[in-house]
Design a binder for this molecule. Structure first.
Ligand SMILES: [Zn+2]
Length: 310
């Protein structure tokens, strides 16, 4: 066994471009896109990068070891316990740890109760997109402009298409929440993993897309404008929901195994040392045979990473 790569101190963190095992001293690209543009559709193949020029590939043997130390993703303090990546004080005081991040329709900035109004203005009062994607089923979702296509890769979507552009996270959340009546807003992780690169045909996708769009356009709340949220007066923002009639379908291909009968989730809390051959990668998951390791769930864990090769 030769060790191709060994790092004594990596923190699993969430970067602008998805998940990264980051060495404090360097700022590495986590994934590299290969985009092939075809007629009305974009095909995306990607690699996760462990460090520059070292993609995480199917077939690679990797060891991830956690020594019980965590680092808060917000304040970067070393702590003994994390709450969704945050230390306890940050969980309670950071706007990025507030309920409205997971449920943007509950944005309370306009009530004057945003935990960090300045942060909210920079993060939430920025262009957001509402999209239709396919994971294990059709779902509606929202994302910031800068997170396309990261968000889709992260959730394991095989197809996605932008439905509308709005000027705030709150507005995107309200549209998404309204559309829950006809579409799911969450996918089931195990079903998503089992469905590999399954995707609907362009015709099926566009049929669902038109159906969802028509449903929204014909909704009374859309017609009478009550779906439009109020925004801070000192930030000049357009109020409309802008549709994208000709946005392409983005197809994302994963190096994902097919015919997996059962999948078990690995956790560094239960298994502090995980070693195995990567048999596939989909979204935020690395496959080790019938076990999967969720990168996102381990945000903030300090780990030692080794890449081993026969
Ligand atoms: Zn903290």
């Amino acid at each position: 066994m030769n060790i191709l790569y060994k790092s004594p101190q990596h923190r699993i963190i969430k970067m602008q471009n998805s998940y990264e095992l980051q060495n404090e001293a360097t700022n590495l690209t986590f994934f590299e896109n290969k985009v092939t543009q075809q007629k009305n559709k974009i095909v995306l193949d990607f690699n996760y990068m462990l460090k520059a020029n070292l993609p995480i590939n199917k077939g690679m043997t990797i060891k991830i070891k956690h020594n019980g130390v965590f680092q808060c993703v917000a304040c970067q303090k070393t702590v003994k316990k994390l709450f969704s990546g945050f230390c306890f004080p940050c969980l309670k005081k950071k706007a990025s740890a507030d309920n409205c991040i997971m449920s943007p329709h509950l944005c309370h900035y306009m009530n004057g109760t945003c935990r960090e109004p300045e942060w909210g203005e920079n993060y939430c009062y920025k262009p957001h997109y509402v999209y239709l994607s396919y994971t294990d089923k059709f779902k509606i979702g929202i994302t910031r402009e800068s997170q396309i296509p990261t968000r889709w890769i992260d959730q394991g979507a095989t197809s996605a298409k932008i439905l509308a552009k709005v000027t705030s996270r709150h507005q995107a959340g309200v549209v998404e929440n309204t559309m829950k009546e006809i579409l799911a807003d969450k996918s089931h992780w195990m079903k998503m993993l089992k469905s590999a690169n399954t995707r609907p045909s362009n015709e099926e996708f566009n049929f669902m897309f038109d159906k969802a769009k028509n449903w929204l356009i014909n909704l009374a709340e859309f017609k009478n404008g009550s779906l439009i949220v109020s925004t801070p007066e000192h930030i000049v923002l357009a109020k409309e929901i802008e549709f994208f009639p000709d946005s392409p379908i983005v197809e994302i291909n994963y190096d994902s195994p097919t015919d997996i009968a059962s999948i078990k989730s690995l956790s560094l809390d239960k298994t502090p040392e995980i070693e195995g051959k990567i048999t596939g990668i989909k979204g935020q998951y690395l496959f080790f045979s019938n076990h999967v390791f969720n990168m996102r769930k381990h945000e903030g864990y300090i780990t030692e990473v080794e890449v081993l090769n026969n």
